[in-house]
Design a protein around this ligand. Structure first.
Ligand code: SF4
Length: 97
């Protein structure tokens, strides 16, 4: 059976351009900077908020290979949460192997 794209079930980074009412409205996000930090690479700030309002983002890709949910650079969790950690927007569902 194929993998299903996990949903971003809540994001508390309200100043991100894709965030409206604690939900991410990008079509998909990429998690993980090179080097193993589970940061949200899709985060950015802009003068107005955007994305697709009737959609909630999925995790399109994840570069955090040392997470126990990571399989071949994709996320196998059923959903993730994103929020501030160590002064950056991070995947809060990250579990080190
Ligand atoms: S749970 Fe793990 S594999 Fe999934 S997006 Fe977060 S860091 Fe990546």
């Amino acid at each position: 059976m194929g993998m299903k794209m996990p949903q971003v079930k809540g994001c508390s980074v309200d100043n991100c351009a894709y965030n409206t009412q604690h939900d991410c409205h990008a079509m998909a996000v990429t998690i993980g900077e090179p080097g193993g930090d589970p940061a949200c690479d899709t985060y950015f700030e802009a003068a107005r908020h955007g994305g697709v309002m009737d959609m909630t983002a999925g995790v399109g890709a994840c570069k955090t290979a040392d997470c126990s949910f990571n399989k071949d650079y994709e996320c196998s969790a059923s959903s993730i949460k994103v929020g501030m950690k160590h002064n950056q927007p991070d995947c809060l569902t990250y579990q080190p192997r």
